[in-house]
Design a binder for this molecule. Sequence first.
Ligand code: CIR
Length: 268
Amino acid sequence: MLRQGLSYQFTHAVVRKPAHSVVDGLRATDRGSPAFAKFESEHGVYVKALRHAGLKVTVLEAQEDYPDSVFIEDAALCLPEGVVLLRPGTPSRSGEPIELASELGRLGLVIHPHESGGFIDGGDILVTDSSVLVGLSRRTDRAGFEWISKLLQQWNYQVLAVETPPQVLHFKSDCCVVDSTTIMATSRLSGASCFSDFKVLTVPAGEEAAANSIRVNDRLFIPAGFPKTSEMLAAAGYSIEAIPVTQPRLLDGGLSCMSLRFSQPPAA
Ligand code: CIR
């Protein structure tokens, strides 16, 4: 079933302030710890950009006990049917969804609890207008996939298991939705059969991190510092805006993982 605009037309976003403990966040390769003040400032630019794109942004308080909790996308999936709580597949993050559930419940969102023995990170879930792709990874296992697949199928989503490339943290580290029929992906993923129904823009070599971009309404936010990607997207006619994410990137994070984006109908 095609849901036009589901994957990039939003009215709301929820973000979480970075905790001071973010300096201890997880990273695959240590290239130095992020500096808290700089992280906070880049996060502020990100929130402002979401607001300029037309979103009402709720900023949740920092969770000091969870250094990676600023990467809020990994703890929940927001769909028009409600919020699906996830189960991050790394021990230091497993408690993040618990408090998030109460916070989102207080915003009036419908919460669907996690009910599987498996694991699933939001960074592995790519929602397109026609299907939901779930990347099996070091964080997302088959049981996590089976569970979410069953739940989302009840809501008539087509859900497919795909492979996150082995050296990549999350599926969405390497791809993003650009519009209803277009995906941008690294060369590691651009030929994948899961994208055969899409037009695929391949991120220029050497700029792989630019694949973690986000389309929000009429804007395409890309991480700053990737001139070839920027040129490619501008030439294709997209309205792009570069956002600095030097500090999140030290922790393998990027644009998609720092917000939950969704649409809510206007109150009656
Ligand atoms: C982690 O390893 O869990 C964090 N340091 C980064 C999470 C990034 N999340 C995402 O791409 N969805």
